[in-house]
Design a protein around this ligand. Structure first.
Ligand code: SF4
Ligand code: SF4
Length: 383
């Protein structure tokens, strides 16, 4: 692991932390932030983006542990900040992001520190320009762009095709509802998908990224992976630099990570070596992934991509024609038709915001078989 130093080098702090005991984690988070000389503006509004999956509890190791959120909330509270915690889980189901705040136990931390938990699919979206030729615009929750500061709190997990589900990828969860899956179907290969993750990072500009690498998930990102003691908390003001250090920690190659290859190409990191590591990463050997082919086309017929976002329909009998959905839809996919409305599925990006603004629940989802299976799994898990 590199040890070089330089005034203009990206810095990644690495702090040992051997358990999820709250006090130990809180002091490790504070130390990780302190080593970066990171300043939190007093009385600012800070949005924390954790990594939460609806079905999973803190003990499964697939999600950001609530103790890191507590460590961060303590620091923010000392600075008089207003705290918002925002997420949109994968595989949309109405109300499930809110349930995920409960199963992750982040809701209890939020309550303790007066933070507000928000589901991004319930928030209005705004259009932002990307630097991509194949997708010129993105729609992001307005609240994310209005916050004074965004802090990204991710989990160290390996990922088959991306190699690492870390700091850069965690920001993809800012996209609401099934929009994430839609973008999977639009991008041709992992490099294009990586560019979307990086664009979100460049637009939202998380001021700080913190990684929960106390337990890490080998064979993630789902709970099918194996928990490994990596006993570290990492932090950086540069999400890509943090991912470089995490990738090396699990003995994967940065050159095989589509996210890091594109981050380097875009100048988000100068090189994989020009990173100053403040602390001692613990090197662990994760299961070797299959050889990377970064330009391999994404399997758009994969059930997890194609069948997990749902189409919508309007129940014309229930619809009162109030037009709230027409005004709320960020892409103009709902238009008035006589005294009712109609939905253009081709234009729809599956953000599902309209479902949350309709006062009479007249917008219905048409679940696919895959979606039904996911719901059934959640039902069996008591969710
Ligand atoms: S119709 Fe509009 S608001 Fe509703 S899910 Fe589609 S894009 Fe989102
Ligand atoms: S918000 Fe609901 S009730 Fe109002 S126009 Fe849209 S579908 Fe109809």
């Amino acid at each position: 692991m590199r040890k070089s130093k330089g005034a203009d080098m990206e810095k990644v702090s690495v702090v040992e932390c051997n358990s999820y005991i709250t006090e130990e984690v809180c002091s490790a988070v504070a130390e990780a932030v302190y080593r970066l000389d990171f300043t939190i503006p007093r009385n600012s509004t800070v949005l924390i983006k954790p990594n939460i999956m609806s079905q999973n509890t803190p003990r499964q190791g697939t999600i950001t542990h609530f103790s890191l959120i507590e460590g961060l909330c303590r620091i923010l509270q000392e600075h008089g900040c207003t705290i918002i915690i925002g997420e949109s889980i994968s595989f949309y189901q109405k109300g499930m992001t809110r349930k995920a705040f409960k199963t992750s136990e982040i809701d209890k931390v939020a309550e303790k520190y007066g933070a507000k938990c928000i589901a991004f699919e319930e928030e209005p979206l705004v259009k932002v320009d990307t630097g991509l030729t194949w997708m010129k615009e993105l729609y992001l929750p307005e609240i994310l762009l209005k916050a004074d500061m965004v802090i990204n709190v991710c989990k160290l997990k390996s990922h088959g095709s991306l190699r690492l589900s870390g700091a850069v990828k965690n920001m993809f969860g800012c996209l609401p509802g099934g929009y994430k899956q839609k973008i999977h179907t639009w991008s041709r290969n992992e490099l294009e998908l990586a560019d979307v993750f990086l664009d979100i990072n460049e637009i939202v500009k998380p001021a700080l990224s913190i990684m929960d690498a106390i337990d890490s998930l080998d064979g993630g990102p789902s709970s099918l992976g194996k928990l490994v003691d990596t006993c570290r908390i990492l932090a950086s003001t540069n999400a890509a630099a943090l991912d470089v250090v995490a990738t090396e920690m699990i003995d994967y190659k940065n050159e095989e990570s589509p996210i890091l290859v594109q981050a380097l190409k875009r100048g988000m990191i100068k090189s994989f070596d020009d990173i100053e590591v403040l602390g001692e990463p613990k090197k662990v050997l994760f299961k070797k992934p299959v050889k990377a082919n970064l330009e391999k086309p994404i399997n758009k017929n994969s059930a997890l991509i194609k069948h997990t976002y749902v189409d919508l329909e309007i129940n014309q009998e229930k619809c009162t024609g109030c037009k709230k959905c027409v005004h709320a839809c960020p892409v103009g996919a709902i238009a008035t038709e006589g005294d009712k409305v109609k939905l253009d599925q081709e234009k729809c990006i599956s953000c599902y915001y309209c479902l949350h603004v309709c006062p009479v629940n007249a917008i219905l989802i048409k679940p696919t078989m895959m979606n039904r299976l996911i719901r059934f799994g959640r039902f069996l898990s008591g969710l």
